[in-house]
Design a protein around this ligand. Structure first.
Ligand code: LLP
Length: 433
């Protein structure tokens, strides 16, 4: 029934996370509420790191993709666990710097970084700037030269892989706004250009083929394509590429029926492909970076809501409305992403009701799911939506002037607020009369 090991049911029949009663958490901190299991997050980071060490033998780095969930506390956890950090905006960079995250372990992504963001990255010594296109290369070169520095860069490459996932989260194919294509020769041309510039040092290549991918084959294929490109670069320009960042995208279990391949298996097969293809083509095995986001934080989070109106439309459906919705989790509205849910204060009972969970926004599409199996419920109950740790808080909005929920982290049986609930006054902070 549970999509994560940190969930359970206690003697009161209430859902628990990290051993803590979710109904008590909802009472103490209010609803809607994001709750994250810090022990699970740290455990996931450690497992990825151990697997990386095992398969790449100290010649690799795990960089947490902070777009999945970014706040001061999360950046601090990532720093303490010794991983790198994927950032994709000035805001994520600012948060990470404020949290004391070491800039040299950051990878700055994005298809349209502004010159202000690039200058911020150069000034603060961001370890790798992942250059998306040639105009960015030129702007960055000028910024770095003016600052008397040399920016270490990776190039974002489209390996031409069509991974089977939702269209909006698919990025490796040629028709993508991200990166340089191999087929057209623009990627090789960019490498040549970078070699002629004083303000940048080309350290490596990057690719990311998409997100929530269950199948390992596209990852293996992407790695092979990238090693082949490294060999082509060496042959045609003499440049030896030292680093290869293979991105993130590992699928997680949202539904009981989901069956993602274990990342240990991903690591084994992809490292095997990197080794074999490098040997075959006579290039030095590159230092490997991977960037998991969803698989680090997704399963570790849940969202708690208070049930309000329950509207049964005979022969049609039953709407269970909650006090949050697309403002704290836009993923059903955006991608039709499905989640498991349950009534936290009736967690031990059978999930015999099939309902549509609706949010409180003035929008018919504001749903958290349709055909969801939950325990029969009434106003006042606590609804828990599971596996909401990734891309929920980070994609939340203030639509309808709904304040964002608080985020609570649970660790060693203790809870602490890591992001405070927004107040109505917070909504007015930047308003000018
Ligand atoms: N590296 C790069 C360059 C990325 O663009 C991404 C995700 C990741 C790593 C991390 O991927 P993950 O391991 O989390 O799958 N908002 C969408 C997901 C967008 C993913 C964007 N890039 C969602 O809610 O499903």
């Amino acid at each position: 029934m549970f999509v994560s090991d940190s969930l359970g049911v206690n003697e009161s029949g209430n859902l628990t996370i990290g051993g803590l009663d979710t109904v008590s958490l909802a009472e103490k901190y209010g609803t809607p509420l994001y709750v994250m299991d810090e022990d699970e997050i740290r455990g996931n980071l450690r497992r990825f790191k151990a697997s990386m060490d095992k398969y790449y033998k100290g010649h690799g780095l795990v960089a947490y993709a902070s777009k999945a969930f970014n706040c001061l506390a999360m950046c601090k956890i990532a720093a303490e666990e010794g991983v790198g950090l994927d950032i994709v905006s000035g805001g994520e960079l600012h948060t990470a710097l404020r949290a004391g995250f070491p800039a040299e372990k950051m990878f700055f992504h994005g298809n349209n970084k502004t010159s202000v963001e690039l200058a911020m990255a150069v000034e603060n010594g961001v370890g790798r700037i992942v250059v998306d296109n040639v105009s960015e290369l030129m702007v960055l070169n000028a910024i770095a030269k003016a600052a008397g520095k040399k920016a270490n860069i990776l190039f974002r490459i489209k390996p031409g892989i069509d991974a089977h996932t939702h269209d909006f989260v698919r990025t490796g194919q040629i028709d993508s706004k991200f990166g340089l294509a191999l087929e057209t020769g623009e990627a090789l041309e960019a490498v040549r250009q970078a070699a002629s510039l004083d303000g940048v040092a080309l350290k490596g290549l990057h690719c990311h083929i998409g997100s929530q991918i269950f199948d390992i084959d596209p990852f293996v294929h992407a790695a092979e394509v990238m090693i082949s490109f490294i060999a082509q670069i060496k042959q045609e320009t003499g440049i030896e590429i030292e680093q290869l960042n293979l991105g993130g995208g590992f699928g997680i279990k949202y539904l009981g029926s989901d069956d993602p391949a274990p990342y240990e298996e991903y690591m084994r097969r992809v490292s095997g492909a990197v080794e074999a293809r490098s040997k075959e083509l006579g290039v030095k095995e590159p230092y490997i970076i991977i960037e998991p986001g969803r698989s680090i934080v997704g399963p570790a989070g849940i969202t708690l809501y208070r049930v309000g109106a329950v509207k049964e439309i005979p022969g049609v459906r039953t709407y269970v409305s909650v006090d949050g919705g697309m403002t704290d989790n836009p993923r059903y509205a955006l991608y039709h992403s499905e989640y498991e849910a349950m009534i936290a204060n009736k967690a031990g009972r059978e999930r015999s009701a099939v309902v549509t969970v609706a949010g409180k926004c003035c929008e018919s599409g504001d749903l958290l799911g349709e055909g969801m199996h939950i325990q029969p419920c009434e106003a006042g109950d606590i609804l828990a939506v599971l596996a909401t740790g990734a891309y929920n808080y980070s994609m939340s909005s203030n639509y309808n002037r709904v304040p964002r929920p608080a985020v609570v982290m649970v660790k060693g049986g203790e809870a602490r607020e890591v992001v405070k609930r927004e107040t109505f006054d917070d909504l007015l902070r930047n308003d000018v009369l």
